[in-house]
Design a protein around this ligand. Sequence first.
Ligand SMILES: *Cc1c(COP(=O)(O)O)cnc(C)c1O
Length: 385
Amino acid sequence: MAVPFYRHGLTPEAGARIAEVLASPFLTSGPQGARVEERLRAFFGVAHAKLTSSWTQGAIATLLAYGIGPGDEVIVPAMTFAATANVVRLVGATPVFVDVDPATLLISQPLVAAALTPRTRAVIPVHLYGQMVDIPALRQVLPPAVRIIEDAAHCFEGSLFGRRPGQDGDAAIFSFYATKNVTCGEGGAVVTNDSDLAALLTQTVLHGMSAGAAQRFQGGTYRHWDIDRLGTKANLPDLLAVLLEPQIDTVEERLAQREALSLRYERALASTPFTWPTIVRGAVSARHLFPIHVPDNRRDAVLAALGQAGIGATVNYRCVPSLTYYRKAVETPLVPVSRAWGEGTLSLPLFPDLREHEQDEVLAVLLAEADATRMDEEDHRAAAP
Ligand SMILES: *Cc1c(COP(=O)(O)O)cnc(C)c1O
């Protein structure tokens, strides 16, 4: 591939860190993970952090800890990755899709307010593409018992007016999946200031057991454990957790590279018919992705042209309630902004060591496609009565 969609930044030197874990007694969650959790608490300025095997498992463990299940509703944006809604279904609750703001593509606060019912137990705002939803403002439109569980899979480095994920929500959940800004291949974390949630999470990430492996053998004598609520299996092994610490040290450097590349795309595409989300004043975007919107049903043609040139591009995302499973599983909501964005969007290669000459290859294809899109638009105008 001439320009890959994503190239990870982990090097074989990281193998030495894994070798250290292999030389210790702990293969699964142990002292290495505890160190990373300490770093996450400090980075996000929160009281508790729990590493998980993925965002998905962290979210399921959080929903189980809050006792959210059958008969409950959870409000989610229609424009997000399907996992945001899937976890709600997986615990037996009902996702209620609401539309997003046309400028930012973030969940619309007035539409959240309009979607509340007596069954609403939580909202999962998504910090889409790296820009944070305004959590204190969202809180103001919610009854006090409704939880805010932030989907921060795109937003490790992002902030809004200096506030980071997890500081104002009930919990924020990260993904360390292979293509995310901070990665260990597969992984995640839940951060929270809610001590009750943190205590419940230690159970719901481990089958619901009242004592983890280390506590069961504390002091050399075996202690019985019990299960008083259902849990999943969501803990992250030390074998993977060791890969995270060096990335937390250098996250700001890599954000600066993502920012510079994003601004370079924006400058080069400024006079094309393509558009992209607005980043509001006061926001620092984690610049996880660089999505554009292609008008006039030409998205798939642009995707094909990029593919032919050997350039990796993806779609983030198709509107979730229009996916086959959700068309069958839930009442189809009116979400015109999410639908239109989902039908026209594609994401360009963006990762810290993307080279300028590689980015120029991407831009060459896009500028040619912009001309084709413009000609299409002129044809449409000429054909109009
Ligand atoms: C990647 C992603 C997830 C799921 O993360 P996993 O760690 O793969 O479970 C959830 N939400 C969003 C917005 C994502 O991009």
